[in-house]
Design a protein around this ligand. Sequence first.
Ligand code: ATP
Ligand code: ZN
Length: 297
Amino acid sequence: MSFDRDRLHLAIQKSGRLADQSRQLLKDAGLKLQQGGRNELAARAENFPLDLMLVRDDDIPTFVADGVCELGIVGQNVLDEYALGRPELRIEQVAKLGFGRCSLKIAAPDSLGRFELAMLQGQRIATSYPRLLGRFLADNRIAAEVVTMRGAVELAPRLGIAGFVCDLVSTGATLDANGLMPVADVFDSEAVLIRTPRPLDAAHAEKAAALLTRIDGVIATAESKYIVLNAPESALPAIVQILPGAEAPTVIPLIGREGQVAVQAVCQESVFWETLERLKAAGASAILVMPIEKMML
Ligand code: ATP
Ligand code: ZN
C-alpha cells in the first residue's frame, strides 16, 4: 500500500495491549478496516479516507509530532515520557479513550516492610520511564539515581541493579510474581487520542473533525443508556433528580390513565440496579433501560 498524502493517517500499536481496543474503537466508529497481513505496516479503512499506520507504541508520539501521522492512539505514559523530552512541542491530547488503564508505580521488594518516600533518598531505581520518574522525584525533592532499562525492569532488584523499580502496573500480578510490592504512585494512565502540532490543511482538518465527532460519539455511547418509564405526574420532580446525567427528559401523557406519564431520557452516566430501585421507590413502573447504538452530540 502506498503512502497517500490526501488521506488521514492514524498511528496505532501494531500488537500489544492497546492494539485490539484501538481497532475496536475505530470499528465502533463505523470504519471498515482491511485486515492487513502480519508484515503489513499499514491498513486502509475502506469506507473513510483514513490509513492506519501499525507501529510500536513507543514510535507513535514521534510519528504524530513530525506530522507523518495526523493522529495517533497511545498510552498517556508513553506520550508524556516523550513530551517531557521535547517540551517545545505541543502534541494535543484530543480525547481520553477509557481503555489501557494502568499506573506507573514505584515498587520495593516485599522484604522491605514499612515504606516512606524519604527511603528513596540516594537509592537506585530501575525504570523504562526515566523522565516521568525524574519529574516525580524532583517534585518530592528526592535525590535518587534513575537506572534506565528497556524492559524486564521487575528483575532489577534480584539482579542487584537497583533497590527499587518504577514500572507500569494494572493488576499487580507481575509485581507480586517477582516478590515486589507497590509503594508509591507516580502516574495514572489510559489510552488517549493525540493530534499532530503541525497545522492541517483544510481538507485534512475536515476529515479529522469528522473522525473525531464519530469517536466522541463512541465514547459517549459506551456509558450512555436510554431509559423509558411510567410514573405519576406528581412523582416527576423526584424521578428527574434520580436519573443519572439526564438533561431535559421527554414527558408524554398516557392516554386513558389520568395523571400518569411516560418519561424518556438519555442518561450519560452508568445506570445501576440501585438506580432502578430508587426510581421504583419514587413511583416509577415499567422501567426499561436500553443500550444506545449510535450517538452524535
Ligand atoms: P510495543 O511492542 O508496541 O513497544 P510494549 O511491549 O512497549 O509494546 P505493551 O506492553 O503492549 O507495550 O503496553 C502498551 C501500553 O499499554 C502501555 O504503554 C500502557 O499505556 C498500557 N498498559 C495497560 N496496562 C498495562 C500493564 N499492566 N503493563 C504495561 N502496560 C500497560
Ligand atoms: Zn513499547
